[in-house]
Design a protein around this ligand. Sequence first.
Ligand SMILES: *Cc1c(COP(=O)(O)O)cnc(C)c1O
Length: 457
Amino acid sequence: MSDNQEATQRLLQDAARRGIRFRAGLNDRGVAPAADAVAAVERFREPLPENGATDEDTLALLDEIGSPAAVAMAGPRYFGFVIGGSLPVTLATNWLTAAWDQNVGMHEVTPAVSTLEQVAIEWMIDLFGLPEATGAGFVTGATVANFTALAAARHRVCMDAGWDVEGLGLIGSPPISVLVGEEAHPTLTKSLGLLGLGRNRVVRLPVDGQGRIIVSRLPAIEGPTIVCTQAGNVNTGAFDPIGEICAAVRPSGAWVHVDGAFGLWAAASPRYQHLAEGVGQADSWATDAHKWLNVPYDSGLAFVRRAEDLKAAMSITAEYLLTESEYRNPSDYTPELSRRARGVDVWAALRSLGRSGLVELVDRCCRHARRFAAGFSDAGFEILNDVVLNQVLVSFGDDPTTRRIIDEIQREGTCWCGVTVWQGKTAMRISVCNWSTTDADVDMSLQAMIAIASRPV
Ligand SMILES: *Cc1c(COP(=O)(O)O)cnc(C)c1O
């Protein structure tokens, strides 16, 4: 620990220099870390030092062992899971806001950050075509965004049945029906479990070959009900027919939630917004900023049509917390009271991309996905999904063969793609989400993967 100004400056400059060097090397290293770099992380396991180490030494150790062992997720050829990179401007603003070290609980005490978050919310409401008065909260990711939005749903459907769920809890409440698509993301059911609605108590709705809820097979709805839809299936990229589902269940008073962790961003693009047709008719939405918007981890967003429902579920009241305010108090909309200023990165990404830049980012990733699909098809491999967005599922033959080839692709290091099982069949999943991926990255990755897949065993 050092409280010397000059030493602090040197330390922060050293951190910036090391971070810049890591980023500059992303394109020229294997995407997965080398085996010896991974083995070296054992060197972190030292006994708690009795007396503190120097700051320089701690930073150097982190960089020398940590950087080579870090996966190049921020780079242009990481196609695993659904992982965004971080736009340079968002990394820069993230560094600056870390220096500010603001606790964004209340507007009065963090006016700059609270205002930026409010601006970002208004911009996203516009981009996604959500109702103007929609309320929103900045959370850690789509898991917590689903949790937050569904807490608002739970509040409203209970209140409509005459039950104050925040005050009384769920014990003794009117039963709540929860409907989810058979292909709902597992974090959505986890959120339902956290809310006391049960992971397994849900009614699972039949889906088609792309994972979309089949509207004609929706059950009759009675009593307090929450219907969970999806904008962007994590395997196929497919969207539930959200507008049709809203039209079908709205007369019964059911709440419609949309898990749009990455897919909601497609609603900003004229080319892809047809997939999200009717999305603005839902009652709540969850999305990630750390996926397709390409801001640093962790960053998710919960939106609720009636801001009062979100506030009723999330706000706390205590005299000292200055909750009576003419401004939007950030902590009235999130599970957290204290948190980092994550909305600044979202604001910076949107400001630097502009509407056209965001649309271009979405369209470009989708174009790359089609290029991957065409490349594998031309080489004689099967694509298991309709490539409607940024996700591609590739089969290399039977399940063990597909698994073996994915292992070899991950080890070879040109790019990184993960494994999934789609409706019973093992597949390699490609997700194109990174702002820095170019046509050349796609071609280089295709070439490396096809060479591996075509090699005789
Ligand atoms: C990624 C994802 C989630 C979970 O998001 P986290 O940011 O990892 O919490 C939920 N739903 C869908 C559809 C996703 O793609």
